[in-house]
Design a protein around this ligand. Structure first.
Ligand code: FPP
Length: 242
């Protein structure tokens, strides 16, 4: 979609995915505990949903907690889970105000029961909203997602519902947690790390990557515009020649 932003015309990516990184370093710079950074990061995420929608982005997907993040200290993990509890509850009202549809991807089985319930309530309450499609990856790992999808497909084959020759890329995509989302056009990672850390490995095959040194809690409207400007400088060929 073409859109004028602050006097410049941009082709705005339809789906932007973000690896939220740098909360810990943001807190450390302030001589504060890591969870202080996560709290700031959660607030930035609230603002980011409004910013990206205003910029014309339709789908916004964020990596909030990975299957590897359980390795962090008990104190940090429980701090993040408590933040998440507040976040999920507050999101119902915010999503209503902003017409935002919120979904969660990842393996929910390991999450606490009250968090699972809060996710279901939030998804149900926002399912008919037609504004930003906001997806939160929680206990998400791309390899775990592909493993779960492979088991589901194998089960369908074993039960005779699907034949091996009918397994196509589209069939695989339709068994992933992201089945309702288009592939990301742009992947952003904050805080200077140049890696994708098991985030949407299947889905980002043709995405453009934008890495910035900005720490997630500092990410603001101008930084998102910089990412879109970078995206506009790329020539997307999807393997073909232009
Ligand atoms: C990345 O920074 C942050 C995380 C791995 C997890 C927490 C994410 C949030 C609190 C934002 C969203 C919150 C909710 C509740 C949806 P890091 O800790 O890896 O930073 P560092 O690399 O500087 O240590």
């Amino acid at each position: 979609m073409k859109k004028e932003i602050d006097g410049e015309i941009f082709e705005v990516p339809r789906h932007v995915a973000v690896i939220l990184d740098g909360n810990g370093r943001w807190a450390k710079k302030r001589l504060m505990p890591r969870n202080f950074g996560h709290k700031a990061g959660a607030k930035t995420l609230e603002d980011a949903c409004e910013i990206v929608y205003d910029l014309g982005i339709e789908y916004f997907t964020v990596y909030a907690f990975s299957t590897e993040n359980w390795k962090r200290s008990v104190e940090e993990v429980s701090g993040i889970m408590n933040l998440l509890r507040d976040y999920l509850v507050n999101s119902i009202e915010r999503a209503d105000k902003n017409n935002m549809k919120i979904s969660v991807i990842g393996d929910r089985t390991r999450l606490a029961d009250d968090i699972k319930d809060a996710i279901l309530r939030l998804e149900e309450a926002t399912k008919n909203n037609t504004g930003l499609k906001f997806t939160i990856a929680l206990n998400y790992g791309g390899r775990d997602e592909l493993t779960r999808a492979t088991k589901d497909i194998a089960k369908e084959v074993a039960e005779g519902k699907l034949s091996i020759d009918d397994i196509t890329e589209d069939v695989i995509s339709s068994h992933l947690d992201t089945r309702e989302l288009p592939d990301p056009d742009l992947l952003i990672r904050t805080s200077g790390e140049i890696r994708t850390s098991n985030f949407l490995p299947w889905q980002i095959a043709y995405s453009e990557f934008y890495f910035t040194d900005v720490l997630w809690p500092d990410m603001n409207r101008d930084n998102f515009i910089d990412a879109i400007r970078y995206y506009n400088g790329r020539e997307r060929r999807f393997g073909g020649v232009k």
